[in-house]
Design a protein around this ligand. Structure first.
Ligand SMILES: Cc1cc2nc3c(=O)[nH]c(=O)nc-3n(C[C@H](O)[C@H](O)[C@H](O)COP(=O)(O)OP(=O)(O)OC[C@H]3O[C@@H](n4cnc5c(N)ncnc54)[C@H](O)[C@@H]3O)c2cc1C
Length: 227
């Protein structure tokens, strides 16, 4: 079995300083106010207008945008991601992927939760489940000739998956507001908090009002810090 780290990758090209993305929203929004004459090529008018839209709650204008992110996470976190109904998804399929095949190295991949430290009793409990699940799956597919979509029933939630989430900025704002606070699952926060910080750097204004206590005041590893 393989143990993989959770990660994300922004798939959408973002222009230098995120100016083109803001100008797209500006172009659309200025139709409402018939203020196209206020557009400046340096992007300053776009920053100002988009900041105004966010502050006013005129977030419908942010829907004229798109951001795709590829997450590598476990199935449980992916289950939470797909609850965001406005987003679009593409996820690694346990029906069509046969993990006994060569291209998967004939093994399964699992995400170890960061709150389980190597060498602890929790670790061995977790690892045992993964080892047993892998053995059962490979036996069902290779020896008993079940299809992957049948053998997958023995796989745990910590099975690694890849999922692309595509959404407009309005929806990403909603996702960040729900998935970065301490109330969110620690493994969700590990992905969403750094992603939020990165998009705040790459795309001005749009996400600036969403604050995350991360990594400072991080409670993700609270359990392990107590020990
Ligand atoms: C901390 C936390 C704990 C959770 N615990 C549970 C749990 O125990 N059980 C559980 O089932 N789920 C749970 N969830 C998931 C939660 O119920 C939502 O399904 C998930 O957060 C998606 O939120 P959303 O509906 O705002 O997002 P989206 O589906 O992305 O929707 C975006 C926005 O569009 C609007 N919208 C979308 N659909 C409709 C609609 N039909 N009618 C009106 N407006 C709509 C709303 O304004 C919504 O906020 C939890 C989520 C969090 C963050």
């Amino acid at each position: 079995m393989k143990i993989v780290e959770p990660k994300y990758e922004i798939l959408t090209d973002i222009s230098e300083g995120g100016i083109k993305e803001l100008q797209q929203i500006e172009r659309v929004a200025r139709v409402c106010y018939k203020s196209e004459d206020k557009i400046t090529p340096d992007g300053e008018s776009a920053k100002k207008l988009v900041g105004f839209l966010v502050k006013q709650g005129h977030e419908a204008m942010l829907e004229h945008s798109q951001l795709s992110v590829l997450f590598t996470c476990d199935r449980a976190i992916a289950n939470e991601l797909v609850r965001h109904r406005i987003a679009s998804f593409a996820q690694e399929s346990t029906r069509y992927c046969n993990y006994s095949k060569e291209k998967f190295g004939g093994e399964l991949s699992f995400v170890k939760p960061s709150y389980i430290s190597d060498g602890t009793r929790e670790y061995y409990a977790w690892e045992t489940v993964c080892v047993d699940a892998e053995a059962a799956y490979l036996c069902m597919v290779s020896d008993l000739k079940l299809r992957p979509e049948q053998a997958r029933c023995v796989l745990p939630l910590c099975l690694k998956t890849e999922i692309v989430v595509t959404a407009n900025y309005r929806e990403w704002r909603n996702i960040f507001k729900l998935r970065t606070p301490v109330a969110a699952h620690p493994q969700m926060r590990e992905l969403m908090c750094p992603l939020l910080l990165e998009v705040q750097k790459k795309i001005p204004v749009v996400f600036d009002d969403i604050y995350t206590f991360w990594p400072a005041d991080d409670q993700t590893r609270k359990g392990s810090m107590v020990k």
